[in-house]
Write a new protein. Structure first.
Ligand SMILES: Nc1ncnc2c1ncn2[C@@H]1O[C@H](COP(=O)(O)OP(=O)(O)O)[C@@H](O)[C@H]1O
Ligand SMILES: [Mg+2]
Lengths: 312, 257
């Protein structure tokens, strides 16, 4: 081995690139390793979907398709069980709807404040805090809903049950605020400043610049954040299990107990439904429905952010 | 300056000072800008041209580190006065930026943005404004069949003329331009220069340029800035034929900057 320090820089670079470069064993091996990683994650997802599908089909061998989609009664534990999915869908959408009524105005408001009004210093401090909030385990929110929010709500709203749709709805909304705020803020602050200046120079106020220039320009990202928020609300499990109750029903009254698709699955999994019973298989059918819902939401978000993408 | 044809003043700037934190970027600037003329601001980069022109419509105050003192009178009104509305000022004083910055909207929407936020809503008037403004900005023929298309589909030169149309749409009194052609090709530059000649019949134009031929071609008066001070301000002919100051002569003959 010659003394490398005696070589010139160009000689050392030559030595390195001539000897190995892209023809080396490692360079050839790595793509295969990365491909394997990708394949494993895809296979896992496919496996999950197939299990869902398979068990769902088993469920529908015992319970007619028509009952599942046409009936509005969900009484799987009765001696003459009813498997109409709509009460669970109803409960899910009711809670998600309440959540979005909280999350959209506050999330968007926070995003507008951070992107258009806050000083650089405030933004740099608040943004990471939002991201930390988004990482709190949901069970913590669930207990918070049951032991703190529900009692307060019950003091204000006399007819409110201990388990109700309102309290978990609000708390899921609160939980989603950081996500909507953060994603919408990203979308708004990626609108170039030169465009804002153009509007200010026409005599627009900050509010006019925000509402009539920045928001329209950032619309795709903002809407996508809403859709992802809804998707998250639909899939949320612990909060509704803890604070929402277990009474599937139809209607939009938020003061009574409800049951969401996720909460039903938890109830069955924690209970003692025997393996192979219709109740056991029903969680797969419910899970499949849930999967279709959130998949549709995610596809929608994806579509929106591509379809309405602004290129600056 | 020549006193025999003392036109009414669009601006009267007196003892203007501006700091970016500790950086004293404009020092004791005093300058009278006559109406319906083209005033060019020249000087090497970093000498404060953009900063100066942005104080004329108070765009500098968007930056929290900026501190200003002194006086700028727009048509006899002190623009730094507490009760003077900055939105009003900016509707009277349009601005065209170095890089064209149309909104990510249609050509039509770009032009009507200003009128719309200032309360003009009826379709017929807006249509008229669009046609009139695009014609004045010499871009009507190129755009009349594609008004609903996104403005980003236009070339850079067309975008810049659209930005001029957007600013004409609210019928300003003054148009500020900060190196409006520095991002454009020679042909687009020529079109904008011709446009400026046309516009000065109705508007007062203040233009920053680092292109001395451009200043010589299109302006009536020229101010030479250096390190935050005005070295010389006079009729353009005079500045370019017999400058009074050595620094001016060095700069216009290309010996520095
Ligand atoms: N946003 C800013 N923040 C801090 N300093 C600035 C800012 N803009 C300009 N300056 C400083 O002010 C001086 C004048 O800049 P500018 O007006 O942009 O010059 P010009 O347009 O003549 O090139 C320079 O020293 C520059 O560094
Ligand atoms: Mg500049």
């Amino acid at each position: 081995m010659e003394d490398r320090s005696k070589l010139s820089i160009s000689e050392r670079i030559e030595q390195k690139t001539k000897g190995s470069g892209s023809s080396s064993f490692m360079e050839k091996l790595m793509p295969a390793v990365f491909l394997l990683c990708a394949i494993i994650s895809i296979l896992t997802t496919l496996g999950i979907v197939f299990t869902l599908l398979f068990e769902t089909v088993t469920f529908f061998r015992g319970v007619p398709f028509a009952d599942f989609f046409a009936s509005t009664e969900w009484y799987p534990f009765f001696s003459e069980p009813q498997y109409g999915i709509w009460p669970l869908v109803n409960g899910t959408l009711l809670v998600a709807g309440i959540a979005m009524m909280v999350a959209i105005p506050f999330g968007l408001g926070a995003a507008i404040y951070l992107s258009e009004y806050a000083s650089e210093k405030v933004r740099k401090t608040v943004k990471p805090v939002l991201e930390v909030l988004a990482g709190i385990p949901t069970i913590v929110y669930g207990f918070f809903a049951l032991t703190f929010v529900t009692p307060i709500l019950r003091a204000v709203i006399p007819g409110l049950d201990v388990f109700n749709a309102l309290s978990p709805g609000i708390i899921i909304g609160v939980m989603i605020i950081p996500m909507i705020a953060s994603l919408s803020e990203d979308a708004m602050s990626s609108v170039p400043n030169s465009i804002r200046e153009g509007a200010f120079a026409l005599g627009a106020t900050r509010m006019e610049v925000t509402v009539k220039v920045v928001l329209p320009a950032a619309l795709s990202g903002v809407i996508a954040s809403f859709v992802l928020g809804i998707s998250r609300a639909i899939g949320e499990t612990m909060i509704v299990s803890v604070a929402g109750g277990a009474s599937p029903g139809m209607g939009i009254d938020p003061t009574g107990a409800v049951q969401t698709m996720t909460a039903y699955i938890v109830q069955v999994v924690k209970g003692d439904a025997g393996f192979g019973t219709p109740i056991y298989y029903s969680i797969y059918a419910v899970g499949m429905t849930l999967f279709v819902f959130t998949l549709a939401m995610n596809l929608l978000a994806h579509y929106i952010s591509r379809r309405f993408r602004e290129d600056y | 300056m020549n006193t025999e044809e003392k036109a009414p003043l669009a601006y009267n700037v007196e003892q203007l000072n501006l700091w970016y934190a500790d950086n004293h970027a404009l020092q004791d600037i005093s300058m009278e800008i006559p109406e319906k003329s083209v005033t060019a601001i020249i000087g090497p980069s970093g000498c404060g041209k953009s900063t100066f022109i942005k104080t004329l419509n108070r765009m500098t105050e968007m930056n929290p580190i900026v501190k200003t003192n002194g006086s700028i009178k727009y048509r006899e009104n002190e623009i730094f006065a507490k009760d003077f509305s900055v939105e009003y000022l900016r509707t009277k004083v349009g601005m065209v930026f170095q890089n064209p910055n149309p909104f990510p909207k249609s050509i039509y929407e770009n032009v009507i943005y200003g009128p719309k936020i200032h309360g003009i809503k009826d379709k017929k008037t807006l249509d008229e404004i669009v046609e009139k403004s695009l014609k004045k900005a010499a871009i009507w023929d190129e755009t009349k069949d594609r008004l609903k298309e996104n403005a980003f589909g236009l070339s850079g030169g067309q975008q810049q003329r659209l930005c001029i149309a957007r600013c004409l749409a609210i019928e300003p009194d003054i148009i500020l331009m900060d190196e409006p052609t520095s991002a454009l090709d020679p042909i687009s530059t020529l079109k904008i220069e011709e446009l400026i000649q046309e516009l000065k019949k109705d508007y007062t134009i203040v233009i920053v340029t680092h292109n001395m031929q451009q200043a010589a071609r299109i302006s009536d008066n020229t101010a030479f800035f250096l390190n935050g001070v005005i070295v010389e301000y006079d009729q353009t002919d005079k500045i370019f034929s017999s400058p009074a100051k050595k620094e001016t002569e060095d700069y216009i003959s290309g010996r520095f900057g």
